[in-house]
Design a binder for this molecule. Structure first.
Ligand code: SF4
Length: 620
């Protein structure tokens, strides 16, 4: 029994949900690693319940544990009560599988899923007793590595990381671990290793570059500190995802988690080109998994885990080229085996309604429509190809089939937005409610329309990356404007998000390396779990930003010249800047760009890998 395990038993009696920290779940991998095995701690910087719902963890855990060179274990951010108990008992942060302290690992790997999880990385390093900054760590400390969507601009955490992996990790991460095993066996040190892997596509070693600034703190670009480092880091691309092994034995959590279900990935990337969507851009080109593989994965996962729900993973489920036959097959399998099927992000067409009608039966849950903007003009600006006609035709059908609750999603503060666009949201909600009432003899009854508004955050590698965000005051005024008008419509309710947290998200989404000092200070002042409304400490961030003389204006609230160098230029997401600039110009003219399947739009990803989607509709 490890020394951590001895102390842990006592700690667990004092904390909420001890199952977060004990491991031992079905399909978790517990083994005695042989000498020389690379030890990897996959760290999710949030609670167990959040991290265990993230499919990427299962994918990489499975892939690494299949190799003969690496043993991968898991670790999540301890909740505040556990973190305090561990600190006072001096128990270092440990892996769930073998209760090994993180500082004994070869690699401590963080997934960067959202910017507001960054202080939890500090909390985990702190509890592990690992120095925060790469420059303060020795060859004895683990190699700190990260990946995930925020790796496309990980500059705010670059000083914390030894290695940043950009793009698809399925082939790259095992290869990086294999090289470490080989080099460690030869007695090589960390620096030699970093130099060796820096030549791999998708590997970014931040310490090989220095960010340059003008006297006012304006970003000027990077200077290489080691000549062998690439000028830019092109993202890693798995050309064909079909043969890549997908886990069929998901780890079955011990307690209820956010998404407790079997998941099969349909495809990666998107051809639609919504201008605010980073995932739709950086995961291009579209790469599909074959129908046979999806079916096999889904069925085997369900059999092995006993899950009662199956979900399909992609950015736009209905765009899967074999969608109808696949879903027809899955529906009959799920029915036979009493498993519920969840199909996120469906296009509202006849087939989808038939599917939803069948899978939801008489217990119809709310129908979700992501309209994103209240007027056609603004939907054109963002290139969201949904028209009012689509929306109303879909809803007519939905009400006829028995849906009574509609959830409408919008984004607020989009580029070029005016109060007319907000009036458009109110108008849409009103007309939908009228339509609902018409199905109920003119009464609201059990019909409801929920309007949910998120705050627009400009993201790197999108056509909107140069645009300023609304100030928290502007957001608040707009929230109030909508709230005031929507509350006058019976049956309509309104939800919105806090604006300071969205501003912070934009600061870290578009920020540079100078933000690591702010991050450290905010953590020191008590910030953690910033993505959680409860416990979010705005004061810590205000103080940290102010102390470092970094106004939020610089990163979040100012327009950026589209010709200016950007902190995330060091990473090449595969799409050209020219394409983003053209898209931004078209957005300002409210001109739409067609779906790639109607014709290639020249984004540039096909310079790096095959893209077969341009104009496939014409070819058919
Ligand atoms: S290369 Fe052409 S078809 Fe492929 S994603 Fe880019 S714009 Fe679309």
């Amino acid at each position: 029994m490890s020394s951590v395990q001895n102390q842990l038993d006592r700690l667990l009696l004092k904390v909420e949900k001890p199952a977060r920290y004990i491991g031992g779940e079905l399909h978790s991998v517990v083994r005695q690693p042989s000498p020389g095995t690379v030890r990897f701690a996959f760290c999710f910087p949030d609670l167990y319940e959040i991290g265990m719902s993230y499919m990427g963890l299962n994918i990489l855990y499975h892939l690494l544990n299949q190799t003969d060179h690496t043993y991968c274990e898991r670790c999540f951010t301890p909740a505040r009560d556990m973190a305090a108990a561990m600190k006072s008992a001096q128990v270092p942060l440990f892996t769930l599988e073998t209760k090994t302290p993180l500082r004994e690992m070869d690699f401590v790997g963080f997934t960067l899923q959202y910017e507001l999880s960054y202080t939890n990385i500090l909390s985990m390093l702190d509890l592990a007793g690992i120095p925060f900054l790469s420059k303060d760590r020795s060859g004895e400390d683990p190699i700190i590595i990260c990946g995930g969507p925020c790796a496309f601009n990980a500059e705010p955490v670059a000083d914390l990381m030894d290695v940043i992996l950009v793009g698809d990790g399925e082939e790259l991460l095992p290869e990086v671990c294999r090289i470490w095993k080989e080099m460690k066996g030869e007695g090589a040190g960390k620096q030699e290793f970093l130099r060796r892997i820096a030549s791999l596509q998708g590997v970014y070693v931040p310490s090989f570059y220095e960010a340059m600034q003008d006297e006012k703190g304006g970003f000027l670009g990077y200077r290489k500190l080691w000549e062998g480092a690439p000028d830019r880091v092109l993202k890693a691309i798995v050309e064909d995802i079909d043969p890549v092994d997908f886990p069929k034995e998901l780890i079955v959590p011990l307690i209820e988690v956010v998404h407790d279900r079997a998941v099969a990935e349909l495809f990666r990337g998107c051809t639609r080109g919504c201008r605010f969507c980073q995932a739709g851009m950086v995961y291009r080109p579209v790469r599909e998994r074959s129908e046979e593989k999806v079916l096999d994965i889904a069925k085997t996962q369900l059999e092995n885990s006993g899950h009662g729900e199956l979900s399909l993973l992609s950015l736009s489920t209905s765009d899967y080229s074999r969608f109808e036959p696949l879903v027809t097959d899955l529906m009959s399998y799920c029915k036979e085996n009493q498993v519920s099927l969840s199909l996120p992000s469906l296009r509202m067409d006849n087939f989808s309604f038939r599917v939803m009608d069948e899978i939801q039966g008489i217990r119809k849950t709310g129908l979700t429509l992501a309209a994103e903007a209240g007027t056609q003009r603004l939907r054109n600006v963002i290139n969201k190809n949904v028209t009012e006609e689509h929306i109303f035709t879909a809803l007519e059908q939905a009400f006829d089939l028995g849906w009574t609750s509609v959830k409408l999603y919008f984004m607020m503060g989009l580029p070029t937005e005016t109060y007319e666009d907000l009036d458009g949201i109110v108008d849409l909600a009103r007309r939908i409610m009228e339509m609902a009432k018409a199905h109920n003899g003119g009464k609201v009854g059990r019909y409801s329309v929920s309007v949910s508004v998120s705050n627009f955050v400009p993201k790197p590698d999108t056509p909107f990356m140069w645009v300023r965000q609304n100030t928290p005051e502007e957001f608040e005024k707009k929230h109030y404007y909508l709230k005031d008008r929507l509350k006058r419509i019976k049956g309509v309710n309104f939800r919105y998000h806090g604006s300071y947290a969205s501003m912070l998200e934009a600061v870290f989404a578009r920020g540079g390396r100078e933000l690591s000092a702010v991050l450290l200070r905010a953590y020191e002042l008590g910030a953690s779990f910033d993505a959680w409304t409860e416990g979010f400490r705005q004061d810590t961030w205000e103080q940290a930003l102010e102390e470092h003389g970094i106004g939020e204006n610089y990163f979040a609230l100012r327009d950026i010249d589209p010709q200016a160098p950007l902190p995330w230029d060091i990473v090449d997401c595969g799409i050209t800047k020219d394409f983003f600039r053209e898209e931004w110009e078209k957005a300002q003219a409210a001109a739409v760009t067609r779906d790639c399947r109607l014709g290639c739009n020249g984004c540039g990803i096909n310079r790096h890998t095959e893209c077969r989607w341009g104009g496939i509709y014409d070819a058919e």
